[in-house]
Write a protein that binds this ligand. Structure first.
Ligand SMILES: [Fe+2]
Length: 354
């Protein structure tokens, strides 16, 4: 408060409740946390009949020789494979238009998955981003898996979408899926002004991973939602962040990310999901900016914005302005935006956040 960084401070009486509400809201209202699907855990392929020996070993390695790399035996379902192969060039065209500006010809050192076990995520190599092998990498199915919450608690995990939940689940997947390309679009120009190579590489890593998340959502739509799902998958590539005619679904994903302070703040306060993204940002981001500002304020013994800017750091009034903006966008996203989703999810999971 004294530094002017925080603009609200609940008093003693409310503090515990305010913190509880903030945490619960945060956990339940993130579009990613809502669905838990960034972890690729739902609908993880057909399960076996409960015999662990029958768990499909091939699920743990990824076939890179196919047009669409995958560990879901895509070649066994020709119709699904063809539908996704039809979507693939549209995705690549979208990437060429909306992927990181001016990046397409550079070799970028990126992480890709060679398998979905814990050791398989950290394969690094140089690749030109349009050649990145996006595909479908699901966690291996767990034999005999049960539903652990809500009114279906204790029942076998769904292998198909139950009719009564179909519309809600489709809406949730589409809303989640829409945020993936949206954030790539929001970050389209950032590579041109990266503060360091470290930040630049993190940005590109995050961008290709958003692409992976989109592929996962599109796979769910194609596989489980028939023609409706295919149309929704096409629409995911047609909407554009900030477009007046055809905007992204959630308002926070139509806001501009014009500079790196906005970018640092968005994943730090608003997104907070996707563990690889957060790892990528852990050593950069907001705390680094704040530390640097505080350090120079101490060195120069001043809080004068002009002097601090001249010294190459971001002054506190500017940081506060960004924080206030991010705060209102975040509240909007968690409270108002997904109110319908929240309602539907609470029906499925009446005890609270997923
Ligand atoms: Fe994502």
């Amino acid at each position: 408060m004294a530094l002017g960084l925080a603009t609200a401070a609940p008093d003693d009486i409310d503090l515990a409740d305010e913190i509880r509400i903030a945490i619960e809201e945060r956990a339940s209202m993130s579009p990613d946390a809502l669905t838990g699907m960034e972890a690729n855990l739902l609908f993880g392929g057909n399960e076996t009949m409960g015999d662990p020996r029958l768990v499909d070993e091939s699920m743990s390695t990824i076939n890179y020789s196919e047009k669409i790399p995958n560990n879901v035996n895509l070649s066994e379902d020709r119709t699904l494979q063809r539908a996704l192969e039809h979507w693939q060039p549209n995705y690549l065209n979208w990437w060429k238009d909306m992927g990181p500006d001016g990046s397409h010809d550079f070799d970028v050192y990126l992480r890709t998955a060679v398998s979905v076990d814990p050791a398989g995520w950290a394969h690094f190599d140089y690749v030109k981003m349009p050649d990145y092998r996006w595909g479908i990498f699901l966690n291996p199915a767990e034999a005999g898996r049960k539903i652990h919450f809500g009114e279906h608690k204790g029942e076998d995990a769904w292998q198909d979408v139950p009719g009564e939940h179909r519309a809600n689940l489709r809406r949730i997947i589409v809303t989640q899926g829409d945020t993936e390309p949206a954030s790539v679009e929001q970050q389209h120009h950032l590579g041109l002004t990266a503060p360091s190579m470290y930040d630049l590489r993190n940005l590109f890593q995050i961008n290709v991973e958003e692409g992976c998340h989109l592929w996962t959502m599109v796979y769910q739509l194609h596989r489980y939602f028939g023609r409706d799902g295919r149309e929704e998958a096409e629409a995911l590539l047609e909407r554009r962040s900030g477009d007046e005619e055809n905007p992204r679904i959630l308002e926070a994903f139509n806001e501009k990310t014009p500079d790196w302070l906005s970018f640092f703040m968005f994943p730090y306060f608003t997104d907070r999901d996707g563990k690889f993204q957060l790892c990528a940002l852990a050593e950069s981001g907001v705390s680094r900016v704040l530390q640097r500002t505080a350090q120079v304020m101490n060195e120069l013994k001043t809080d004068d914005p002009a002097r601090l800017r001249a010294a190459g750091v971001i002054d506190l009034p500017t940081i506060r302005r960004y924080l206030n903006f991010q705060f209102s966008v975040t509240i909007d996203l968690f409270r108002r935006g997904p109110v319908l989703q929240r309602h539907h999810l609470l029906q499925l999971c009446p005890q609270g956040p997923l």
